[in-house]
Design a protein around this ligand. Structure first.
Ligand code: HAM
Length: 425
């Protein structure tokens, strides 16, 4: 036997058991986004490395340690996108879309070379939402409402919304200076990561989850006290809109996010049901990024949902599974394969939404009924010699104890419509 070539660590297959949850989430998100007038964009998976360095920030975990970067045959440094915002901003500048208001969404795989664990993968998927040309806070509130509506439509409960304001870059710079002084004064209490971040990205020290660091973090000066007037008014406006819209939130003054492009609003939706990887969706405002990447100054805000984490929540709940076949056509009459394919085509034509599997590859009646059972179908439709001679099929209920029924072919569509609750035509 040949040696099996295995998948790459942290990069997973999505198999038939799981795809219905993916479809449910994707369809729901798409419908909700359409209801808010957001339009889809499809963006490349590979971009120039410089794009991410300049947007996410040189001194972030993502850019320093986690990117899949390679040199292509032309000698250009390219990177598998670790997130979608940078590419989306590049696209709206390059296409000229950024000159007018835009509400956009995208979805697809993202790549980060993190240490894989439950809920954290090296290839993962996001549903991303971005709005350009709108100052907020109304559009910030709108995007939070989009998230809330998606959770509601999926029947997800118990998600917590944490919000914060990072202020303008100028306000943050002033705060940063104060924070660096404080952290320097307590240098020996910082762990290795903290000491490293002190110079490059001191705000990220506040994000540390290390228990020994918590007293130090608790005692640190607070960003909220250094917020500029415009950011304060923006944030208060957002909180009021959320209250009026009935969205529960918690202000978390320590919430800083791991990407450098944010200013003013930042937020995360979290759950306590997924262990350490509890953030299922995150985003905020990035008013400076379009300009930073070579466009005209354009306010912007967005968020991204981590699909794997939402799928994990859906799988843990008792969500309906809509992927199993309704019926399995057992072709037991000799030489009836062509007729069976034809019958199945007619039924699919007549009944919108019918999921019908036709037995292929022959087999005895017993074997085929076994296959029908294994397929998960509700019903076995049996076309045997006798049935064929009478112009009927026998219908066997696979999930209930009920007598087998004989149904004339001409009445089969109406019969199935009734039993399965499907619309005819
Ligand atoms: P992010 O916080 O880096 O933000 O990622 C957003 C979400 O993607 C996270 O909350 C998480 O659910 C999921 N995620 C991130 N890394 C992983 C991983 N290794 N495995 C599984 N899931 C993961 C962004 O990417 C920003 N672009 C969001 C945004 C859009 N901000 C403005 N617009």
């Amino acid at each position: 036997m040949q040696r099996l070539i295995q998948s790459i660590r942290g990069m997973n297959d999505v198999l038939p058991d799981a795809t219905p949850y993916w479809r449910l989430l994707e369809d729901t998100a798409r419908e909700v986004l359409a209801a808010y007038g957001y339009q889809e964009v499809r963006l490349p998976i590979v971009e120039r490395t410089e794009l991410f360095a300049r947007s996410i920030g040189e001194v972030t975990d993502i850019v320093e340690k986690e990117m899949y970067t390679f040199t292509d045959r032309n000698g250009d440094s390219l990177t598998l996108r670790p997130e979608g915002t940078a590419g989306c901003v590049r696209a709206v500048i390059e296409s000229g879309l950024a000159r007018s208001e835009q509400r956009l969404w995208y979805q697809g795989p993202m790549f980060r070379h993190e240490r894989p664990q439950k809920g954290r993968y090296r290839q993962f998927h996001q549903f991303g939402v971005e709005a350009f040309g709108l100052e907020g806070p109304d559009v910030d509130a709108e995007q939070i409402l989009i998230g809330a509506r998606i959770w509601r439509r999926l029947g997800l409960e118990g998600l917590t919304l944490e919000v914060n304001s990072l202020g303008t870059p100028a306000a943050r710079a002033a705060y940063r200076a104060v924070l660096v002084d404080y952290l320097r004064a307590h240098f020996d209490q910082l762990d290795e990561d903290g000491q490293r971040r002190l110079e490059g990205n001191p705000l990220r020290v506040l994000d540390s989850k290390v228990p020994e660091m918590q007293p130090l973090i608790e005692g640190a000066p607070r960003l909220a006290e250094y917020l500029d007037e415009s950011s304060r008014i923006h944030f208060e406006g957002l909180l009021e809109m959320l209250e009026r819209a009935g969205v529960a939130y918690r202000v978390n003054p320590r919430l800083v996010r791991g990407l450098d492009y944010y200013e003013k609003t930042v937020y995360e939706w979290t759950t306590d049901r997924l262990g350490a990887q509890g953030t299922v969706c995150a985003g905020g405002r990035y008013d400076g990024l379009v300009e930073q990447l070579g466009g005209r100054r354009t306010p912007a805000a967005g968020f991204a949902i981590g699909l794997e984490r939402i799928i994990a929540l859906l799988e843990a709940g008792a969500q309906p599974r809509h992927h199993l076949p309704h019926a399995y056509l057992v072709v037991a009459a000799a030489g009836a394969e062509t007729e069976a394919l034809r019958l199945a085509e007619d039924l699919r034509e007549a009944l919108g939404g019918l999921r019908l599997v036709v037995n292929c590859g022959g087999g005895s009646l017993k074997t085929q009924v076994k296959r029908a059972d294994r397929s998960g179908a509700e019903l076995a439709l049996i076309l045997g010699d006798e049935e064929r001679a009478r112009g009927e099929v026998s219908v066997k209920r696979l999930r209930q104890d009920a007598p087998q029924e004989q149904v004339p072919l001409a009445a089969l569509g109406a019969y199935l419509a009734g039993v399965l609750g499907l619309a005819q035509g």
